[in-house]
Design a protein around this ligand. Structure first.
Ligand SMILES: Cc1cc2nc3c(=O)[nH]c(=O)nc-3n(C[C@H](O)[C@H](O)[C@H](O)COP(=O)(O)OP(=O)(O)OC[C@H]3O[C@@H](n4cnc5c(N)ncnc54)[C@H](O)[C@@H]3O)c2cc1C
Length: 324
């Protein structure tokens, strides 16, 4: 058995101080990812800092947008009236994740920080540069059906598994972070990293920093849809997912924001597709061209080439569902 210490904190400052002092400590929120990782020996924090008593469970709204506290459970955020009215895309993405029981435990902060589901990361007998830097990548020449088609490196081809994060990327959210020097804000699209030479780093959160909330700015999107393609209808991670948010007036697209999940080390914004769609009508041909643009730079591995065709179909389907 691997022993660890456990402490509870009741303020963000105490939590950040405790983690800054002990680099081998980790925050625990719902525990739905961290405890699994500890049981499998993927991670062994010397101290767990329980943040569940922190006052980070509010969902608020003002003229600038909606803020969701880091400790709001995924199920509460998905069913919140403000979120459903103002950002139905986020509600759909949250409800597509995991299972009802898991969504009751999983928090917004923990969802952002969850680790990849690459089987080589979870299997401590296999090489994995993310789990153990410089040990190699088992997936590269192994079984890579679930893996990245965008932004991968020769060190890591893992994908970020979250559904919620795909919607937050499309909605131009900001992550609010508490540090020893006060509060800072990180644009959601810059929060997670590509693997490069340091795949052990999932994101740009520095040691000791605590996510306190996500902020979603007010927008003019009037059509949206989250499409998740998976092996089973529930309790399965995305093979490919698409979050679409559009502003459509008189059948013409005025603004567009699209992100894909299951394809990269982070939610993958399709900026070229967004540019292409502006000024276009909501027709099948436009959506087909958009899908071609979206997948044109995909790089596949032995078992995941199917994601290109699937990704194109998913883009067409998500755009069609959003506008129908
Ligand atoms: C069987 C199963 C199926 C799943 N299916 C899906 C799915 O389909 N889609 C999907 O999106 N997710 C899925 N998940 C993942 C689930 O959404 C995550 O496990 C959950 O969101 C993590 O939240 P948590 O609060 O439990 O985090 P924890 O497990 O408590 O923590 C996870 C990580 O986040 C860090 N952390 C937590 N809160 C903060 C904070 N405020 N600031 C900084 N760091 C923090 C912790 O230190 C830890 O490293 C699934 C999980 C399981 C077990």
């Amino acid at each position: 058995m691997i022993n660890f210490e456990y402490i509870r904190t009741s303020t963000a400052k105490a939590a950040v101080d405790a983690k800054t002092k002990n680099k081998a400590a980790q925050f625990i929120a719902g525990g739905t990812n961290l405890v699994d990782l500890m049981k499998k020996g993927v991670t062994a924090p010397q101290r767990l800092i329980d943040i569940n008593a922190l006052p980070l469970k509010e969902i608020t709204n003002d003229s600038r947008g909606v803020s969701i506290g880091a400790l709001v459970p995924n199920s509460v955020a998905a069913e919140n009236k403000l979120v459903m009215e103002k950002h139905p895309l986020l509600s759909m993405a949250l409800n597509a994740g995991a299972s009802a029981q898991l969504r009751n435990m999983a928090t917004v902060g923990g969802n952002i920080m969850q680790r990849t589901r690459c089987p080589y990361f979870y299997d401590i007998t296999m090489p994995c540069n993310k789990r153990q830097p410089q040990s190699g990548c088992g997936a590269m020449d192994g079984y890579n059906r679930m893996h990245a088609i965008f932004g991968a490196s020769d060190k890591c081809i893992a994908v970020h598994p979250s559904d919620m994060c795909v919607a937050l990327a499309a909605l131009n959210a900001t992550v609010i972070v508490n540090t020893t020097k006060g509060e800072k804000k990180i644009a959601f699209v810059d929060f997670h990293r590509l693997p490069g030479d340091t795949p052990e780093l999932d994101n740009n959160l520095a040691a000791g920093e605590l996510i306190t909330a996500v902020h979603i700015p007010a927008n003019h999107f009037n059509k949206s849809y989250y499409l998740k393609v998976r092996d089973r209808l529930s309790y399965a991670f995305a093979l490919v997912s698409v979050a679409v948010a559009l502003e459509v007036n008189d059948g013409v697209i005025k603004s567009a924001s699209i992100a894909m999940g299951g394809v990269a080390h982070k939610a993958w914004r399709l900026t070229e597709v967004e540019k292409y769609l502006i000024g276009k009508g909501t027709t099948a041909n436009v959506f087909k061209d958009a899908a071609e643009i979206g997948l044109k730079d995909a790089k596949t591995y032995q078992h995941n080439a199917y994601k290109v065709k699937l990704g194109k179909s998913a883009i067409v389907e998500a755009l069609t569902k959003a506008t129908s």
